[in-house]
Every structure is written in structure tokens, then in C-alpha cells.
Design a protein around this ligand. Structure first.
Ligand code: DER
Length: 235
């Protein structure tokens, strides 16, 4: 089946198996989370779910949820999230993640950090041995002196042997601006991150860094779809 079918299967399964009436649901961002949001809208519309409110992790997700008439709230009024459902760019065997290639990592991490259960939904192409090899490790940075922050990111001590390169993310030639009016620096490594906990800490210590796309010890389970069907990996 096509990759879209694989995304739809896990998106729908996440809602069918983990969202119950009365829940506060963190709504992820990306082409896989898209299907979970679609399914939630469907079930609220048909009445098989009720009294569910969503907390969107991006304006893109907010717009999709609004078009499906999913009632939306924020962490300010609903600080406890019963379940969050989101995609990922990479998932390792401990369910540590790389996220943010879609540009929404800050709000995703803020909302998913409050989730009692984070359900990650991926097609099997996202499963990796070591993090940081299939593409960018995104880092949200302040616009103020972003070149200085980019230079500091190039020098993260524990990534010294990974030959790090870094680019400011652009969209149609202009610097990409996140929902939070920040920029994104994409880090590229030529080998997997040796110590992801140390890397996460050293990246966060750089003052111009707002947040990064390494999500450690956050996912509770991961629903994976592949040619042989779907399976659930628990942490
Ligand atoms: O950018 C993000 O954090 C997205 O959730 C990304 O990690 C997954 O997007 P995809 O489902 O479109 O691959």
C-alpha cells in the first residue's frame, strides 16, 4: 500500500485505540498526524466520540482542526493533556525521537511534555538505529544574532566527531519563521549522534537556542505501519 495508506492506518488507529470521550487531546503536526486529526473530526461528527477538546501544536493543525469543527483549547486553560498524537521524523529503539522537520517542534514539545501519554505514529521508514542520520536535526533559535547561535551549534562539543554542518532554514528563498516568530537552524551530521542525552543538553545550553527537535523519554508508545501491517512498540 502507498505511504499515504500507511500514514492513514496509523493515524486512524491512534484515535480509535487511545482517544476516549471527555479527553483533552494534543493534536500533532505533519502528514501523518493529519490523518489522526481527520479521524477525530469524523468520530466527533458521527457521535462515536464526544466531549473531546484538542490542543493544536501548530497554526497549520489549528486550521485543519477548525475546518473539522474540533473544539480547541490551550494549555493555559487545560494544563493536563490526556493523550497527544504526533508523527516523528526518526524513532530509535528506545522511542527517542527526532522531530521538527515540519517546523513545529517548539509547540509540539511544549504540549507533548504535558501529555500523560504520547502516542507516536509513523510508517516504518522512520525507524532508525541511531538518531540524526536520515535528515536534519532541527533547532529553533531566536532571530537575534542567529548567525552567532548557528556558529555555536557548529561547535557543540559532543558532536565534534560528527562533522556537523548547519543551515538556516529557508522557505522560497526567505528565512523560515516559525509560529513563535523564531528561526530554525538545521543540523546535519555524518554519523548518528553518539550520546543523545549529552547532545540535547549541550544544544539547550546555548542561550540563543529556544528548543530542539530531540525528544527524549517522551513517547510512551509508537504505532508503526509497514507492508506486513501495523505493530505497537511500547517504551
Ligand atoms: O515536524 C514535525 O515534528 C512532524 O511531526 C514530523 O516529525 C513528522 O511529520 P510527517 O508525519 O509529515 O513525516
Amino acid at each position: 500500500s502507498s505511504t499515504e495508506d500507511l500514514k492513514r492506518v496509523v493515524g486512524y488507529k491512534a484515535v480509535d485505540d487511545y482517544v476516549h470521550s471527555g479527553m483533552v487531546v494534543g493534536l500533532g503536526t505533519g502528514s501523518t498526524a493529519y490523518y489522526a486529526i481527520e479521524r477525530l473530526g469524523q468520530k466527533l461528527q458521527e457521535g462515536s466520540l464526544c466531549d473531546v477538546v484538542g490542543i493544536p501544536t501548530s497554526t497549520k493543525t489549528e486550521n485543519q482542526a477548525k475546518s473539522l469543527h474540533i473544539p480547541l483549547v490551550t494549555l493555559d486553560t487545560h494544563p493536563v493533556v490526556d493523550v497527544a498524537i504526533d508523527g516523528a521524523d526518526e524513532v530509535d529503539k528506545y522511542l527517542n525521537l527526532v522531530k521538527g522537520r515540519g517546523g513545529s517542534l517548539f509547540r509540539e514539545k511544549m504540549i507533548e511534555a504535558e501529555a500523560r501519554k504520547l502516542v507516536v505514529i509513523v510508517d516504518e521508514s522512520k525507524l532508525v538505529e541511531g538518531l540524526g542520520m536520515t535528515g536534519a536535526v532541527p533547532v529553533e533559535v531566536t532571530p537575534f544574532c542567529w548567525k552567532h547561535t548557528l556558529r555555536r551549534l557548529l561547535g557543540v562539543e559532543c558532536l565534534a566527531e560528527c562533522n556537523v554542518s548547519a543551515t538556516i532554514r529557508r522557505e522560497k528563498g526567505n528565512i523560515y519563521v516559525t509560529d513563535n516568530n523564531n528561526y530554525i537552524v538545521d543540523l546535519f551530521l555524518d554519523r548518528p549522534i553518539p550520546d543523545i542525552f549529552l547532545a540535547a543538553r549541550q544544544i539547550s545550553e546555548i542561550v540563543g537556542v529556544v528548543e530542539h527537535g530531540i525528544f527524549l523519554n517522551m513517547a510512551n508508545l509508537c504505532i508503526v505501519s509497514g507492508k506486513e501491517g501495523t505493530r505497537v512498540i511500547e517504551r
